[in-house]
Design a binder for this molecule. Structure first.
Ligand code: ADP
Length: 268
């Protein structure tokens, strides 16, 4: 809305003030547009499972004569969609906290202990994939252990979702001059090159037909990126369709790199 811009010509303080004001207005407008889009995307995503739940409940109410196996199927579908709804709400809350700028709890974290913890949890979630921990070097950084575990579980959950049974998933932690370098490599379906630059966008899912099935929300990687940024780190994804995906996260140690919020997120 250009009519709201302040006009002040010249090089004096008033002109500088006007320029600053206009810049601020622009960034507020951009943030507002993004927020509006997020709310509309979120409503859309929430509506889909709700519609499925209501549809199945209505069916059960209208047709008490349905054969038991069809009743069971309708109930199972309603339950599955309710689970999806609950995942979506949890992810949306995590992002809302991120948007609100809730700061991390920064303490000394033994990253290797967190990695081991996440690895054991992911083992229970695996569906016929081989999970390997290699290497596991001791690294201590300043950070938030719960968030680092959440980050690892997002990446491991993706590796499990997009790797067929029989595939291999390798989780690694290396000490790179005091920084923690985390890797999650899988032999799964990979990400098409055209989708790669977008996977950190909220609600983005490569190839809906394939990625909607495993119950993804499209919010995992945006949350992962936020956690990495809060640690002043970086995240990069390498992928070859049909061969697999490797995600590399670098979290700075207490050395020079540990600048709050100075993270770069790239998709290589
Ligand atoms: P989702 O909940 O759909 O997994 P994410 O934000 O975690 O959402 O990931 C976004 C998209 O990136 C996924 O829908 C999927 O298409 C792609 N993706 C993420 N991780 C992998 C992986 N390890 N292998 C293949 N595709 C992946």
């Amino acid at each position: 809305d250009l009519s709201r811009r302040v006009q002040a010509a010249g090089r004096d303080e008033l002109a500088m003030l006007a320029a600053t004001f206009n810049e601020m207005l622009e960034s507020i407008e951009t943030a507002y547009r993004l927020q509006q889009r997020f709310v509309s995307d979120a409503s859309h995503e929430l509506r889909a499972p709700l519609t499925a739940i209501l549809g199945n409940l209505d069916l059960l109410r209208r047709r008490p004569d349905l054969p038991p196996e069809e009743q069971a199927q309708a109930l199972e579908e309603a339950r599955r969609e309710a689970e999806r709804l609950s995942r979506l709400v949890a992810d949306l809350l995590a992002l809302a906290r991120a948007d609100a700028g809730v700061p991390l709890v920064r303490k000394a974290v033994d990253v290797d202990a967190v990695v081991l913890d996440a690895f054991q949890e992911a083992r229970r979630l695996a569906k016929g994939q081989q999970l390997v921990l290699d290497p596991l070097e001791p690294v201590r950084i300043q950070g938030d252990a719960d968030r680092i575990k959440q980050l690892l579980l997002i990446l491991l959950d993706n590796a499990i979702k997009y790797t067929p049974a029989g595939g291999r998933i390798v989780l690694g932690l290396q000490d790179a001059g005091g920084d923690a370098v985390l890797t999650v490599a899988d032999t799964g379906v990979g990400i098409p090159a055209a989708d790669l630059p977008h996977v950190f966008e909220r609600f983005y899912r490569a190839d809906p037909a394939r990625s909607r099935d495993p119950g993804g929300t499209g919010l995992g990687l945006p949350i992962a990126r936020w956690i990495v940024e809060q640690h002043g780190g970086s995240i990069a994804i390498d992928s070859a369709p049909g061969q697999g995906t490797t995600v590399t996260v670098r979290l700075p140690g207490t050395g020079a790199g540990a600048v709050q919020g100075a993270g770069a997120a790239t998709a290589a």
